[in-house]
Design a protein around this ligand. Structure first.
Ligand SMILES: Nc1ncnc2c1ncn2[C@@H]1O[C@H](COP(=O)(O)OP(=O)(O)OP(=O)(O)O)[C@@H](O)[C@H]1O
Ligand SMILES: [Mg+2]
Length: 702
């Protein structure tokens, strides 16, 4: 996206950018500002929150933190948060993923306008760089911020977008074909595109702009129109990027087949597709809705795409070049926290494309962010190595490292029950491991499998994949895809030796009918002497449904939060493994923050500095995305210096009626994000339920 110093988002044209004025303007948040109050009285701009002022002595009051002054133009984004002038979220050369429009455009949602992804309401196009273009797309913003097409260019662009040939355009406008060509040259230059199809792509979104005059709108007018800003807020989201390319010499049929497959699979996986003019394109997972399984979803999609490539040409997969990385994306959300599909920018895309440049045909490169996620969510160490993998080794991404029970702390009681079930000669059972994210369900399943194998028994570990179609499981040892029928066969197969263990992990990811079919076989398998170990997130609605189905048959083992002593031991174990002396202060801090969740403790202990590690952000963002929340209210709360906040002050800071704030807070309390809020005896001060959630919200906001 454009560099922060000279460019700023256009206030009305979402995703658009305009030149930053020489004297930085900011929306005044001073409650006593005379100009703002006058504007209020005049009813001109809708009040002081909309009134534009030059900086008060080079600094302005922070819009939400009372008493705090922030320098205008400071690099911290929150310095300018009181108004429509939003700084660039990231200046490391992110790419614009803002919306294109039209049927084939990125983010186009064939399910119709109600679920539109922002493509239809105009504004900006994607920065359609070249295949490997990793430079910031500032140039295209230059032309975008002031596209200023002549009426004739506009007419021609419209006809181009209707798919008309030069001759037809000439006939329609009653001009010569040569003149059309001349206009096209000017038009391409204006749009900063190189060819007709790029012009069409840009044109579709420009022409879809709700107010075509917006291009000419003068800066001040644009900046005072903050309706859309009032409705939206920007957020940073953890995302996974899958970047794919084919060599120029790849057969046309292969390219076409893959392009089609990519579009269909991206749609199924709810990923955002950014096609490239020559290559295949980039897929973004998690910007519409965060999930800690985005990486698995990306890997599953890639595995399906390799099959498509093989079907199109036997050597198809050998020609594909793939890079996967994870990082942060910038998206805009509406007040309730729903993704609006606007103004998406992500340095992760630039990084992944860069990685792709260093990848050979038939190989897959993993960036540091992706490796981090893989490790945190239990991939085999081999898959987290820095070297590119041959694409045919893709299944290795799904492997789980074997794990001994000794590496788990504080789970003696749970382990004793599993151990008893796996004693040779014991009766078969169905056991259900349940607990919040990161409580160690998969780790216990892995330890059970290792134990079973060490006893000479037979074990199968099926890992559920967040995959829209195809096989719903992977064999966690071989990485091979396992279809539903195969899983059912495995459950009902005769017992070959003792103990006989079948693990199905992350059951909550299965669609309900699939889960029902699997569960129907669990009890008969146990009656035959098999130990069926099911695991799933307790709070997931799907998990709740599964529980109801097998409630009378499965024995639950609930993984509760670990006591502080166990978390301290865990931190010390990690310090010992990393050969660093344990620091009591850090240990205390991590213990406080982790609040008994081992995953939090492991990630915080691994993190360097103050930044929250990506896997943690991914988990928390996924949790927040699961509810309808007023994101802006949460961000305001997360930024306040006090840990508890009174609703009246919050309402004043947000400029919203108290009743509205009460509703928003109540929703967040019901979701388990906040505590306090409206009660029977009046409003209680609100606070985040967990300090990590507060930190994550502050990090995710802009
Ligand atoms: N008791 C424990 N001792 C040591 N490390 C643990 C323990 N429990 C979990 N961990 C670590 O926490 C991380 C998350 O664990 P795991 O993946 O098993 O959790 P999970 O409950 O399966 O999470 P999810 O709900 O995301 O599937 C892993 O890095 C694991 O090593
Ligand atoms: Mg797990």
């Amino acid at each position: 996206m454009a560099g922060g110093a000279d460019w700023q988002p256009h206030a009305r044209r979402r995703g658009g950018h305009v030149a930053r004025p020489a004297q930085p303007l900011s929306r005044c948040s001073r409650r006593t500002c005379a100009a703002g109050l006058q504007a209020d009285r005049d009813g001109r701009t809708g009040g002081r929150r909309r009134h534009l002022v030059p900086p008060h002595g080079g600094a302005i009051p922070h819009p939400r933190r009372r008493g705090r002054m922030v320098p205008v133009g400071a690099s911290r984004p929150d310095a300018l948060r009181c108004g429509g002038i939003r700084p660039q979220p990231d200046r490391r050369g992110p790419l614009s993923l803002a919306r294109p429009a039209g049927k084939n455009a990125i983010g186009h949602d064939p399910r119709g306008p109600s679920r539109r992804t922002g493509a239809a309401d105009g504004g900006e196009t994607l920065g359609l760089g070249t295949a490997m273009d990793t430079r910031p797309v500032r140039d295209s913003f230059v032309s975008r911020g002031s596209v200023g097409l002549t009426p004739r260019q506009r007419q021609i662009l419209r006809l181009l977008c209707e798919g008309k040939a030069n001759k037809e355009i000439a006939r329609e406008l009653d001009i010569g074909v040569g003149t059309v060509k001349q206009h096209l040259v000017g038009l391409f230059k204006r749009l900063n595109v190189r060819n007709r199809s790029m012009a069409v792509s840009r044109g579709l979104s420009l022409l879809a702009a709700p107010d075509a005059r917006a291009e000419q709108t003068d800066l001040d007018t644009a900046l005072t129109d903050t309706d859309w800003l009032q409705q939206r807020t920007l957020a940073r989201r953890p995302c996974v990027v899958l970047s794919l390319a084919l060599p120029d010499a790849a057969p046309a049929e292969l390219r076409t087949a893959l392009q089609r497959a990519l579009a269909a699979r991206a749609f199924d996986a709810r990923a955002l597709l950014i096609p490239r003019d020559q290559g295949l394109g980039d897929l973004l997972f998690g910007v519409r809705r965060s999930s800690e399984n985005d990486l698995l979803a990306a890997a599953a999609l890639l595995s399906n795409l390799c099959q498509d490539a093989r079907a199109a040409a036997p050597t198809g997969p050998d020609q594909l070049r793939v890079a996967i990385d994870a990082g942060m994306a910038v998206v805009s959300k509406d007040r309730r926290g729903a993704w609006t599909g606007e103004a998406v920018a992500t340095p992760a895309v630039a990084r992944t494309r860069h990685l792709l440049q260093q990848t050979a045909d038939g190989e897959l490169s993993l960036g540091a962010g992706a490796r981090d996620l893989l490790r945190a969510f239990g991939a085999a160490p081999a898959a987290t190595a820095r070297k590119p993998l041959p694409l045919c080794d893709l299944p290795r991404l799904f492997l789980l490292p074997s794990r001994s029970r000794a590496s788990l702390v504080g789970r003696d009681h749970e382990w004793a029950r599993l151990n008893a079930a796996l004693t040779p000669g014991a009766a078969g059972r169905v056991i259900r491991l349940e607990g919040e994210r990161g409580m160690g369900k998969s780790s216990l399943c892995q330890a059970a499998l290792s134990h079973c194998q060490s006893l000479g028994g037979r074990g199968l570990y099926l890992r559920t994949l967040p995959d829209a179609g195809g096989a719903p499981f992977r064999d966690a040892v071989s990485g091979a895809p396992v279809g539903l029928e195969q899983a059912i066969d495995a459950l009902s197969a005769p017992i070959a030796g003792q103990p006989d263990l079948l693990v199905i992990d992350d059951l909550h990811l299965l669609p309900r009918p699939t889960a029902t079919r699997v569960l129907a076989q669990a009890s008969p398998a146990a009656a035959r002497g098999r130990v069926v170990l099911l695991s799933g997130v307790r709070s997931a609605p799907a998990g709740a449904a599964h529980r109801a189905d097998d409630a009378d048959r499965a024995e639950p083992i609930r993984l509760r939060r670990l006591p502080d002593a166990a978390i301290r031991r865990l931190i010390d174990d990690l310090a010992a493994a990393a050969d660093t002396p344990p620091d009591p202060e850090i240990r205390r801090h991590i213990c406080r923050q982790a609040a008994g969740v081992p995953f939090f403790a492991v990630e915080l202990a691994r993190a360097s500095g103050d930044e929250l590690p990506l896997p943690l952000l991914a988990v928390i963002a996924a949790r927040l995305d699961g509810f309808e929340l007023d994101w802006r209210m949460l961000q305001t709360l997360a930024e306040t210096a006090t840990s508890r906040h009174h609703l009246a002050g919050l309402s004043e800071d947000l400029g919203q009626p108290l009743a509205q704030v009460r509703d928003a807070v109540s929703a967040a309390v019901r979701a388990g994000i906040l505590t306090g809020g409206p009660g029977q005896d009046g409003d209680e001060p609100v606070a985040f339920r967990h300090p990590l959630i507060r930190r994550a919200v502050a990090t995710l906001g802009i």
